[in-house]
Design a protein around this ligand. Structure first.
Ligand code: ATP
Length: 234
């Protein structure tokens, strides 16, 4: 097997005296879809933000595409192909849809903008309108589109289903599965554990900043003990 696209070893993240992540290790194989699941406060966002360079780890090592990127700033990681879709979408509501996509493509030619418009026709139709005029689901598609125009080899998604109606959640997961089918590796962080594990190849269950279980996603889903203890009864 080729080297994983992402290797995280013994990662720790602390905010003052709060130890949010305590020695977490995992890998994302090239072309794989891996999910980190766990309850609110388990440390998922802290991990994904450490990988994307938004939060500085207090210990451990992060290797992306064969390079040690543990303390590489976020903008350099984006240029290298590691692109995050942040929690809460973080679109610029008063700027147009087109401008939001241009921002995502700041370091590229923007060659993939046409593909994004083909994939999400609603964004093409409304390209001149403020992004804040879109529905929550459409804003999530814009946030994903903005990451796609950055030409990622690894896409990180932080709770993309948050606050969306079930039908829209299905659409978002379909898009994520398509992105992976197109060859982009995916690291997905979700509280919606069942849904995320159904899409993923491999899962890591987090609790209080530690990995408590990991394995093939279908095995985690089939394990009643895990479902009851960590994944809730959605
Ligand atoms: P959520 O679903 O709420 O985002 P999460 O699993 O992503 O949860 P984190 O957001 O990583 O978890 O939070 C892990 C722990 O770190 C929590 O106890 C949280 O309160 C704390 N924490 C997160 N960010 C900060 C911060 N900037 N300053 C202090 N504590 C923080």
């Amino acid at each position: 097997m080729s080297d994983p696209i992402l290797t995280v070893e013994d990662l720790t993240v602390s905010y003052g005296r709060v130890h949010a992540v305590r020695g977490v290790s995992f890998t994302v194989p090239r072309g794989g879809l891996v999910t980190l699941v766990g309850a609110n406060g388990a440390g998922k966002s802290s991990i994904i933000n450490a990988v994307s360079g938004v939060v500085r780890p207090s210990g451990g090592r992060i290797t992306f595409d064969g390079r040690d990127v543990t303390r590489t700033p976020a903008h350099k990681l984006v240029s290298a192909g590691l692109v995050q879709v942040p929690e809460g979408r973080q679109i610029l509501a008063t700027m147009t849809i087109e401008e939001n996509l241009q921002l995502g493509a700041w370091h590229t030619s923007g060659a993939r903008t046409g593909e994004v418009y083909d994939r999400f026709p609603v964004l093409a139709e409304r390209r001149k309108l403020p992004a804040g005029s879109l529905s929550g689901g459409e804003q999530q598609m814009l946030a994903i589109g903005r990451a796609l125009v950055a030409e990622p080899t690894l896409m990180l998604l932080d709770e993309p289903s948050m606050g969306l109606a079930p039908k829209v959640v299905d659409e978002v997961f379909k898009v994520i599965e398509d992105i992976r089918a197109g060859g982009t590796s995916v690291l997905l962080v979700e509280q919606n554990a069942r849904r995320a594990l159904r899409a993923a190849d491999h899962g890591y269950v987090l609790s209080s900043g530690e990995v408590v279980r990991s394995g093939p996603a279908d095995e985690l889903l089939a394990d009643e003990g895990i479902v009851a203890a960590y994944l809730g009864l959605e």
